[in-house]
Design a protein around this ligand. Sequence first.
Ligand SMILES: NC(=O)CC[C@H](N)C(=O)O
Length: 363
Amino acid sequence: MDELTGYLTLSTGDVFEGKWLYKNEYIEGEMVFNTAMTGYQEVMTDPSYAGQIVTMTYPLIGNYGCNNQDNESWNPSLSGFVIASPFSNPSHEKDRHSLWEMVQKHHIPTLYDMDTRALTRVIRKHGEVYGKFTTNPDDFPVLKKVDSDIVRKVAVQKPFTIKSKSNTSTSKRIAVIDFGYKHSIVDTLQDLGCEIHIVRFDITWEQMKKINPEAVVLSNGPGNPKDLAYLFDNLKPIIDYYPTLGICLGQQLIALASGAQTKRLPFGHRGSNHPVKDLTTNKVHITSQNHGYVVDEESLNQKEWRVTHQNVNDHSLEGMVHRYKPIMAVQFHPEAHPGPSDSFYIFEQFMALTQTKGEKQHA
Ligand SMILES: NC(=O)CC[C@H](N)C(=O)O
């Protein structure tokens, strides 16, 4: 074994040999795979991957380099990164540093020269798999679940405000409850002229009343949504009072706080080409996704909620709207990054929803 050789050992007993791009022989995490052909920089910096070792199924990673615009957080939080072929000679007008520089700068444990096809088949077959990066192929992971307090580790400690880009009187004051938000959600709201208040994940009703926003966004974030059950007493009055948009973890929390259930998908949706049907228009949009859990449609009170979006591949619930209150939520990522911006209209619908405070919304 030479200095470069590293192993990924799995809770299934499988062992994969590769080479270190950035060596860290002690990390463990939940194994997930992402099928996007581009967007590795956004994937590496999406806080929803905290606690997870991400395998890219597209074999060539790094071919257009990394830039100063596409990070989705200040510091990457994924546990590890697994790729087939890293590309060392990138070419793109926005390219500022290579993949190699990116993993060194942010200390992202990375193995390359991995058989990502075979690895993905193992993850697909077993569903819930944990892995360890190691120099000893007989050293297996002990991890059995993602840290139940993972949101606290990626979300902001101190609230802060981001000014609106426009000075018009139409600009909205939006509170984003941060469970590990992707920066492109806030960028999109800013582009729509909003002033944004990033607030802590454990914000109370009284604290929110002081900010008095015109609408609220519950962000994406890592981990099992049920681990956040202790927040539901805080979230329920906020969701009930303000026009609200939930994105990914945000949708799961809105559903759970309203008495519905979430469940684990067999092996998660992570990629940038997941077809979703808008049940209002019957149009199919190609969406960006990153989730391992989903709202259980059976458990949703259909007298109060209408399902608005459905996944074309597995028919899972992709969006919902409250029949009487201004609350909407989606499981996919309307902010894209990476992936197509087909579902930008979700933000436009949310902007329209912010007008409906106190009025009855017609389902
Ligand atoms: N992107 C997200 O918000 C992910 C939500 C949740 N952690 C899941 O995996 O389902």
